[in-house]
Design a protein around this ligand. Structure first.
Ligand SMILES: [Cu+2]
Ligand SMILES: [Zn+2]
Length: 198
């Protein structure tokens, strides 16, 4: 097994990954153009995986709908987000028991800013999500409760608005980015702002 090593060669430091979210290149003109970043941090070797979702471009008017976010199998963006294929499902489980089933995110004022921890996915080992993709969907994830085949496969979350490939991120940059984003997220949570409600 190939073990990722951090920038200074230590196996004690966290590993950071980032995914620069871009609109699908084959997206219809009437769909929102979502951009932003998902940052990951995980302490080697068996630490919990933390993530910060920082996305923009959702509609600011009307009733906001929840948007599903998942890890998909391939880091292939050559045909918009379609090359990402299905959900990353290394253990052949039904949805939403895939390691990258991050659930639903409700945008506020056109933005998603969310901190999540204890995620099932990992940046290490044979089931690492590095090199795979994140897809942001048009709709809510039905979390396997839709009563049809699609529900058990992908949660019927609709079109793929935006996607990105998860890559190893330079440590210094990510410490700064993660710390400031995390600080803001935790502050909002402390203040009981709905923004960060889980
Ligand atoms: Cu998906
Ligand atoms: Zn899934």
């Amino acid at each position: 097994m190939v073990k990722p090593v951090t920038a200074n060669g230590s196996d004690e430091d966290p590993v950071y990954a980032a995914c620069e979210v871009k609109p699908s290149s084959i997206l219809e003109a009437d769909q929102p153009r979502v951009t932003g970043r998902v940052l990951f941090r995980q302490q080697y070797p068996d630490g919990r995986l933390e993530a910060i979702f920082d996305l923009n471009g959702f509609p600011t008017v009307g009733n906001g709908t929840g948007r599903a976010i998942h890890v998909h199998k391939f880091g292939d963006m050559s045909n918009g987000c379609d090359g990402a294929s299905s959900h990353y499902n290394p253990f052949s489980k039904p949805h939403p028991q895939h390691p990258g089933d991050f659930g639903n995110f409700l945008p506020r004022e056109g933005k998603i800013k969310r901190y999540r921890t204890n995620l099932l996915a990992s940046l290490f080992g044979p089931y690492s999500i590095l090199g795979r993709s994140i897809v942001v969907h048009e709709r809510d994830d039905d979390l396997g409760k839709g009563g049809n085949k699609g529900s058990q496969e992908h949660g019927n979350a609709g079109k793929r608005l935006a996607c990105c490939v998860i890559g190893i991120f330079a440590q210094l940059n990510s410490i700064v980015a993660f710390t400031s984003a995390l600080g803001a997220a935790l502050l909002l949570r402390k203040l009981r702002m709905p923004y960060i409600a889980r």
